[in-house]
Structure formats: C-alpha cells, structure tokens
Design a protein around this ligand. Sequence first.
Ligand SMILES: [Zn+2]
Length: 366
Amino acid sequence: MNPTPFLVDAHADIAYNMLKYGRDYTRPVSEIRTLEADSHTVHENGDTLISWHEYQRGNIAIIFSTLFAAPVRFRTYETETLIYKTFDEAHKLYSTQLDTYHRMQDSMPDKFRILASKRDLELHLAHWADATPETSRPVGMVILMEGAEGIRELSELEMWHNRGVRLIGPAWVGTRYCGGWKEPGPLTADGRKLLSAMADFNFTLDLSHMDERAAVEALDIYEGPIVGTHGNCAALMPNSNSNRHFTDRIIEGIIERDGVVGVVPFNTYLKVGWLRDKGHPREEVPLGVLADHIDHICQIAGDSLHAGIGSDFDGGFGVQSVPPEIDTVADLQKLVSLLQARGYSETDTANILGGNWIARLKRNLP
Ligand SMILES: [Zn+2]
C-alpha cells in the first residue's frame, strides 16, 4: 500500500484565531481545549480542530492561510475585535495578519513556511517526501485574502503580491467589490476593475462567498486562475435558503477553467437546518455526507481532478459542529477509506486529498 497521501487544506483562519482568541497552534489540540474550557472562545468558535501537531499527524503539508476581518455591520457583540468600520481599518487588520504569518515563518522556521513561488513549493514537497518522523516538517502556508476590503486601491495589489498573497476572494458578505454571502448582488464597477488588476499579477481568484451573479460574471471575465477554496454543493442542500453554497453552474464553471472546489466539513453546510445552538447532535451528519459532496463534484467533472478540501476549521465552528468521525483536522484522512469504498482508486483519493491543489499551485505560483 502507498503511504498516506499529502493532504492540502485550502482554508484555515490561522492568524485570525491567533489574534482574536490568542490561540497558540504550536500547542497540541488537547492543551488548547483544556486552556479554553468553558470560555467565551469555545462558546463562539467551538473547541479547536487544528494545530501544528495535527497537521503532522494528518500528513497535512500545505494549508491556505487566510487574511480575514469582518465589517462592523456583522459584529455580533459590542467588544468583538478584528472588525472594521473603514477600508483603512480593514487594511490594517489584514496587514497585521500577514505580518503574523511572516513572523511565524521567521521565528519558527521548523514549523511554518510561506510558499510564494514554484521554487518554494518544489523545495517544500521534496522536504516532506524525504522527511522521517524525527525530522521537522514545517507546514507550508499559501496566503489567501478572504474578503478583499483590505485592498484600498488597486495600486496596492503589487504590495500584497510582494508580501506573499497568492489568492484573493473578493467577497465574504457583500463587499465594495461584489455581492456575497447574505448580501447578494453582482460585481460592482470596482469589482470588475479589481479582477482586471488581479490578472496582471496572476492572483488566483477564489469564488467562495461570492453571490452566484457575481461569480458567473467573474468566471466570464477573469483572465487568471479560478478556484473555490471552501464551499459545498448547493444541489445537495436543497432549500438551504443560503447563497453560501456553489450551484452546479458555478462548479461547472470552475471545472471548465480547470480549477478546484474545496469542500467544507461543517455540519450546518452539510445538512439543511443543522445548528449547534439548537442542540443538534453531530451524529446526524456522518462523514459520508462530505464524501457525497466530493462525489457530486467528481460526477460533474467526470474525473477526480477538481475536488479538494477547504476545511475552514476554527473559522466560526469547532469540534462540536463537524461529523462525528472527526476529532481534529488529521481525521480528514478517514476520507480515503470512505471514498475507496465507493470505488475511488488510490490515485483518485490522493488527488482529492491534496494532489489537485498541489497541481494548481505548481501551475499558478510565480
Ligand atoms: Zn469563508
């Protein structure tokens, strides 16, 4: 049997969690959970699912590390932090998170490494391939900006690119650039300009959170690479009453552009009506439901080359809100046997767990 495949997780709000909740991801998950027991953090964001140790255990070689902040109109309580009122404030919050990733790389080179080029990626993969359990395996971080309001003017794109940002998602909720989650709408005039400027640097466009109208137009006009880092299939969530999921039209569009869709193991996005607050048990949403979403993407594509994982773990939910088979991010490896039981080959599962994201990074990184 081949060794455990590399897993790539295309969505993790690492810096956001460090800055907002003081989470130290170099501690084991069990320690973070003990430290946070009964805290506001757990009430708000659940018990953590990720840490450097779990990335090692799960053979998770690369994560897409986000820059993220929410606009003040989506603040849920008065003292909430990492909230912006103005684009200047957004810029500052995003910039601080990017500094955090650089600091992690500088102060813990044995644990974290920013991947900003094909060369970085090549060296990184070679290192992981050769590493033994005793050698240190730094987790590779590809920087993804989620919700682009940290970009005040298009002339800044060069600075963000120079500092390592490689993917940009113009939406979270609606932004000045386009309609988004909970705030539907098309691309704005600024959004069209943003896409045109992004293409000059070959940024990868992330359609996650974009309203379908905006995403359809973006698929049509964006000249650079396109993916959906974290979203599930709307077709499997009928009457969800949410524009957060990818319609088949968008999935087809991403496949046509040879992109990848990363599925999210979050119960609320896997079963309509499932809510932690309403006391729904995790057992209602077995991991097989996530495999259904992967299968749906593969059926549309006719191959296993366009599905991936974007867990979004710790991005507003924790262990209380994921399928019962998952205690930490390392358990995503359980998808291998689930998919193989459905007839997926070893090559297929290696593609889905990480190979597809790695292939796009090989092609799209500078
Ligand atoms: Zn998101």
